[in-house]
Design a protein. Structure first.
Length: 404
């Protein structure tokens, strides 16, 4: 059988789809395209997410208290920040984009919407947002589960469409006739993957496993009075002989029902003739799971960018006090992450306008002390004029300019 040249196989692999795109015709009706799935097929190469999203979510967010708290803290903090829309440095109010974000869909507020985006970024490294349009105008935004989405590539290897799968049905999202892509893909940096991001939960997976294993081990120790109780040694007549199978089974059953577990902790044991009790215990080093758990917890918090002090993990002296830890959490983790999301939303929703979307940091409680210190520094700077001080603080050089 003659072999097919590699160039021909490669061209066949990346052959462009001949299926007509969804375009604006599919979006005339105001409803999420993923709500009523349509069985469509588009030939082309698919790039699957190279991770077990369900396993990471169950073992991390679902079972590990540290990972759960880190993700919740990040998502809730980001969701609490108001957003401002700017054009040439000036704030805009009443813009349709702001109205859309305040009520992205009938079931969510702006906070719920941002919280879902941040939560998916932390668990999967990817967040997908669907835009529902009527007559070219975006009416709704929906956050989609990342494990149900995959990227389709064109002949040059660039993302050209997105495939959403659920319940054996598939829906293809591709560019509309006016060039608008109904899916926004926000992803974190991944050094080995061109099309998907790397989640902090995946990076923290080893720490999550160690922390979960320590919890399971401690639970087993508690179920067994926190130590192996000991050994029952049978001494028959003249030190010989042994228990029969029936005697062994009866003894084992009585021990499990009468002396094992939290309810029976400390109960004295009554021994039959010929049975001798040999006390056993673990060494303090074997029982020292607290340090192991705290070390794993710090590794998890480090992956998410949450100072361990904010999680109540002892033994962390990185920050002098809680205020510094909270300030670092906002400045180094929350605001950069939220700025990445708002920049993606602005580029997507404001295609024809020179608009930018920013977090409004004026009313963030954790940053007020920092703003107060900066205000005092500028006010006390005798080498600056009043106009320079106003400009340094973000105000017009003169009050008259602000009035205009």
């Amino acid at each position: 059988m003659p072999s097919i040249p590699f160039s021909e196989r490669l061209a066949e692999l990346f052959k462009p789809s001949t299926t007509a795109p969804l375009g604006a015709a599919m979006l005339h009706q105001k409803s999420s395209a993923t709500a009523g799935m349509v069985s469509l097929h588009m030939p082309g190469q698919a790039v699957w997410t190279p991770r077990d999203y369900a396993g990471l979510s169950r073992n991390g967010y679902g079972r590990n208290v540290i990972a759960f708290r880190c993700i919740r803290m990040l998502a809730e903090a980001a969701a609490s920040v108001p957003l401002t829309l700017k054009e040439a440095g000036h704030n805009l109010s009443g813009h349709p984009v702001l109205s859309l974000l305040r009520k992205p869909n009938p079931d969510q507020s702006q906070g719920d919407f941002i919280q879902d985006i941040i939560g998916y970024l932390q668990t999967a490294g990817n967040a997908y947002i669907e835009a529902v349009r009527i007559g070219g105008e975006i009416r709704e935004l929906h956050v989609l589960r990342p494990d149900r989405m995959k990227v389709r590539l064109d002949a040059q290897g660039w993302p050209s469409a997105y495939e959403y799968s659920v319940g054996g049905r598939k829906l293809i999202f591709s560019e509309a006739d006016d060039g608008f892509m109904p899916i926004l893909h926000i992803k974190t940096f991944h050094p080995l993957n061109d099309h998907y991001g790397m989640s902090p939960l995946e990076v923290a997976a080893d720490g999550v496993d160690i922390h979960n294993a320590a919890n399971a081990w401690n639970k087993s120790l508690l179920d067994n009075a926190a130590r192996p109780s000991g050994a029952l040694v049978y001494k028959g007549a003249d030190g010989g002989g042994g228990l029969t199978g029936e005697q062994f089974d009866r003894l084992k059953s009585e021990l499990q029902e009468t002396y094992q577990g939290q309810r029976n902790a400390g109960r004295p044991m009554v021994l039959d003739g010929g049975l001798d009790w040999k006390q056993m215990s673990l060494s303090p080093a074997d029982m020292d799971f607290i340090n192991t758990k705290n070390t794993a917890a710090r590794d998890i918090a480090l992956a998410f960018g949450v100072p361990p002090m904010l999680l109540g993990i002892p033994g962390d002296n990185t920050y002098a006090n809680y205020r510094e830890a909270n300030l670092a959490f906002w400045r180094q983790t929350v605001l950069p992450l939220l700025s990445r999301v708002t920049a993606g939303l602005a580029n997507w929703l404001c295609m024809d306008d020179c608009l930018s979307l920013h977090p409004d940091t004026n009313n963030i409680e954790a940053l007020k002390a920092e703003k107060h210190d900066r205000l005092q520094q500028v006010i006390n700077a005798d080498f600056l004029t009043d106009a320079e001080k106003r400009t340094a603080l973000g105000f017009p050089a003169t009050p008259d300019q602000g009035a205009e």
